[in-house]
Design a protein around this ligand. Structure first.
Ligand code: NAP
Length: 382
């Protein structure tokens, strides 16, 4: 049994009297989460703790768990219990006695743990974590008798398509990378357990930072791109050639990328446990995505990189060595920047309505505030 468990159950009765459920939460739940130490996971657990739920979090080591507890009050810390394990381990947990503790007690599982790699050479690891790992979490959930299983997938299981439906896609369709395919296979595996517990699939688009604080503990997607552009700014600032010349990034500026803030995604996930429908897929997407041109202009402004320019994909260029360097780094995003995808999010709208929440409205001002808070927090008054 993990260290905190006995204490946790002892405290359960006391805490029951101390906490008043908030945010319209009707019932305090016991929730098991994987991926809680990740970018999205951290945001979700801080929300669930504030709602008064008890959380069992799968963590790979003590250091990770200590990191999770940071910033929580003493009483909040008692709401989180570590379950040490790894999703690629067929039995999931290190200490099997935890099964007796969790048996028939878990209302909802949020399975978020995944390997987010677009690297072709990581195919084996990607499938091992995202498919076999998902199966291991499902088997464990079945063994301990959970009621609901919420799988966090990605809107990009749409693959190379341009219409994102709230339905399963064929796992044989064309995908941009193995990450997408592994998540699509993971979805299929999740729904194959529909007779064991309620299953739901939540599909966020590209997750960006918190709308209020800008905080984004990730190097994935937009943040990988920002890192690359920032690095190029540093490199070319020492190069006289760029004092009079633009630094060009070539992509289809009229397309859009579907960005969703992490706090919004966490809000949708949090209400899914109470208001979500079984065997339903939810696209957590932006109904009015900003164009890539707008996103790029805001990046240019907030990074204070005035000679950064978008080059048209129809133009004929000889890119400089430095420009080529950035394009090489951007190669994995090329597919995402070259087409717009129309996502249906009717199920998510219905879910939000049931929970009296509004659908996302990520306008230019909010995006700029978010990015500025991330890049130059000293310039932002919250
Ligand atoms: N970020 C996005 O833009 C985005 C967009 C759409 C969907 N999603 C989905 O959202 C979920 C969370 O993404 P994220 O951005 O928060 O990812 P992240 O920051 O990379 O976090 C990944 C999480 O998975 C855990 N994990 C990885 N391999 C594991 C293993 N073998 N055993 C146990 N835990 C393991 C990590 O644990 P450690 O801390 O120990 O490494 C971490 O908690 C994923 O399912 C992803 O597919 C993300």
């Amino acid at each position: 049994m993990d260290g905190g468990c006995i204490f946790h159950f002892f405290l359960n009765d006391i805490l029951e009297k101390v906490y008043q459920p908030i945010y319209g939460v009707e019932r305090r739940m016991n929730i098991f989460l994987t991926g809680a130490t990740g970018f999205l996971g951290k945001k979700l657990i801080s929300k669930l703790i504030k709602q008064g739920h008890f959380l069992y979090v799968l963590v790979r080591n003590e250091k990770k768990f200590a990191g999770l507890l940071k910033g929580n009050t003493a009483i909040e810390k008692q709401q989180i219990v570590a379950v040490y394990g790894d999703i690629t381990n067929p039995s999931l947990v290190k200490d099997h006695t935890v099964i007796n503790v969790m048996e028939n007690k878990i209302d909802t599982v949020y399975h978020m743990a995944a390997l987010l790699s677009f690297d072709e050479e990581m195919k084996k690891e990607t499938f091992s974590v995202n498919v076999d790992g998902t199966r291991n979490v499902l088997e464990f959930s079945k063994r301990i008798g959970v009621r609901k299983f919420i799988y966090v997938s990605t809107a990009y299981t749409v693959g190379k398509g341009v219409i994102g439906r709230e339905q399963l896609y064929s796992t044989e369709q064309e995908f941009v990378n193995y990450y997408e395919q592994s998540k699509a296979v993971g979805e299929e595996v999740v729904f194959s357990y529909k007779n064991d517990f309620e299953t739901m699939i939540m599909r966020p688009a590209i997750i960006i930072g918190d709308t209020k604080t800008g905080e984004a503990d990730t190097n994935f997607a937009l943040y990988g791109l920002l890192k690359g552009i920032r690095m190029m700014k540093r490199i070319i600032s020492k190069n006289d050639f760029y004092k009079t010349k633009s630094f060009r990034v070539v992509f289809a500026s009229e397309t859009n990328s579907n960005l969703v803030p992490v706090d919004y995604v966490a809000d949708v996930l949090a209400v899914a446990s109470e208001h979500g429908e079984k065997e339903t897929i939810y696209n957590i997407t932006n109904p009015n995505p900003l164009s890539n041109q707008t996103v790029f202009n805001i990046i240019k402004k907030t990074l204070q990189f005035p000679n950064l320019e978008i080059g048209s994909i129809d133009g004929e260029y000889e890119l400089t060595k430095e420009e080529l360097m950035l394009h090489e780094k951007m190669r994995v995003f090329e597919e995402y920047l070259s087409r717009s995808i129309e996502f249906d999010s009717q199920n998510t709208r219905t879910l939000l309505k049931a929970a009296s929440l509004e659908e996302l409205d990520l306008n230019e001002a909010v995006f700029e505030h978010m990015l500025l808070s991330y890049l130059q927090p000293e310039l932002v008054t919250q």
